[in-house]
Design a protein around this ligand. Structure first.
Ligand code: GLV
Ligand code: MN
Ligand code: MN
Length: 390
């Protein structure tokens, strides 16, 4: 279910998303789950137990992907949420479970991530509707084209009856593998800053324009990208990436007149992250000045680091211990819907080992034995939650 043949690319509200919804809807309905689609495109499945007073746990992850993605980032968490409901149903747990297949987490189509979870957590700012994708389609128009009503996004917000949020996800890094562990409880999620950066020079003939008379936007961008890498390399725990480069006119015999870049910075400390972003944007400005270029930037996101709920994380690690599974706790470098949901309800996550530490790549995978262990943990965890939430 992809926008492109031969590789997985599934951006927010594109046509393969309809196929994913149809598949999930069928599976959920077969389990007796009531399915709805909210105005932000989140597919939601409500499992109601016999006990009408039962507290509600939301279990979710996302179904959008990066370009040329693997099969497990986000999707595994949604698939496991279905397993979780099946186990809760068979055990007759007095727990209402709402599965949410979040529509947008990666920020690929509109540059801004967490569009789905923002709507559910009540943090969807209406100005987001004016964002445009690379084809000039606004978020508002994309929602309408999918058959939904952007005016109803406020209805997607969860009410007061929700006691917690839980997300299962691949680690997307090498730590669990290096320690030969299957799963870990997530303690916090690193903050991220994302910017659109543009260098503007002058396009001209590559054969006739002497080097000293050029205003090459791509050469300026390249110099800056080197500095981004160097600063992150010498700053403990900092990661900084220029992951998108669009040069224009992008022809071999034309000096690049304009370059648009996607730039992001992450760190568990918000102060370190913000300082690094400011320093690097300052360097971009200086490099542009020296080269007679113009530099503009636009902040797309400043998401602070988010701690997971201590009580839920402790319950998760105690459950692991009770099953003889090492109670590893770790922070997440990747962003997750859990960091948005945590602003509204107590939230926690379980990571599963990522073989080879590979993610955001088709080589991404997961071991069946780790999935089995995760499900054993989760079965006990929700049993305890059903008691804890009373
Ligand atoms: C989401 O995958 C992220 O970029 O952290
Ligand atoms: Mn991802
Ligand atoms: Mn993800």
């Amino acid at each position: 279910m992809s926008e492109e043949p031969g590789r997985i690319t599934r951006r927010f509200l594109t046509s393969p998303v309809r196929d994913v919804h149809a598949l999930l809807r069928g599976r959920m309905e077969a389990l007796g789950i009531t399915v709805t689609l909210d105005a932000a495109g989140n597919l939601r499945g409500m499992w109601l137990p016999q006990d009408a007073q039962a507290k509600r746990l939301i279990v979710g992850s996302h179904i959008d992907t990066v370009p040329d993605a693997g099969a497990f980032d986000g999707v595994l968490g949604v698939a496991l949420a279905l397993e979780l409901v099946e186990m809760a149903r068979d055990q007759r747990l007095p727990l209402t479970i709402e599965i949410v297949a979040f529509s947008e987490e990666e920020g690929v189509r509109f540059g801004v991530p967490f569009l789905g979870s923002r709507a559910v957590a009540g943090r969807f700012d209406a100005t987001l509707l004016t964002l445009q994708d690379r084809d000039g389609v606004t978020l508002n128009a994309a929602i309408r084209a999918f058959g939904l009503d952007p005016g109803k996004i406020a209805d997607a917000v969860i009410g007061d009856g929700v006691s917690g949020y839980f997300e299962m996800h691949i680690e997307q890094g090498p730590i669990l593998e290096s320690e030969n562990l299957s799963v870990a409880a997530v303690t916090s999620i690193a903050g991220q800053s994302r910017y659109a950066v543009k260098f503007t020079g002058h396009a001209n003939h590559a054969g006739t324009t002497p080097m000293h008379l050029r205003r090459d936007a791509l050469a300026g961008a390249a110099e800056w990208i080197g500095e981004v890498e160097a600063l992150a390399t010498r700053t403990e725990g900092l990661v900084a990436t220029v992951g998108r480069v669009e040069a224009s006119p992008n022809a071999g015999n034309v000096i690049p007149g304009e370059v648009r870049l996607g730039f992001e910075v992450r760190h568990v400390s918000d102060a370190v992250r913000r300082e690094a972003a400011e320093t690097l944007l300052g360097r971009a400005e200086s490099i542009a000045k020296q080269r007679r270029l113009r530099m503009d930037f636009n902040k797309q996101m400043d998401q602070p680091a988010v701690p997971m709920d201590e009580r839920l994380a402790a319950l998760l690690t105690e459950t692991m211990e009770s099953l003889g599974i090492p109670a590893r706790r770790m922070p997440s470098g990747a962003g997750h819907d859990a960091m948005v949901m945590a602003a509204r309800v107590p939230a926690t996550m379980l990571f599963l080992r990522s073989p080879g530490g590979i993610s955001h790549h088709p080589g991404e995978t997961v071991r069946e034995e780790d999935v089995e262990i995760a499900l054993r943990v989760v079965q006990k965890f929700v049993e305890r939650l059903a008691v804890e939430f009373r």
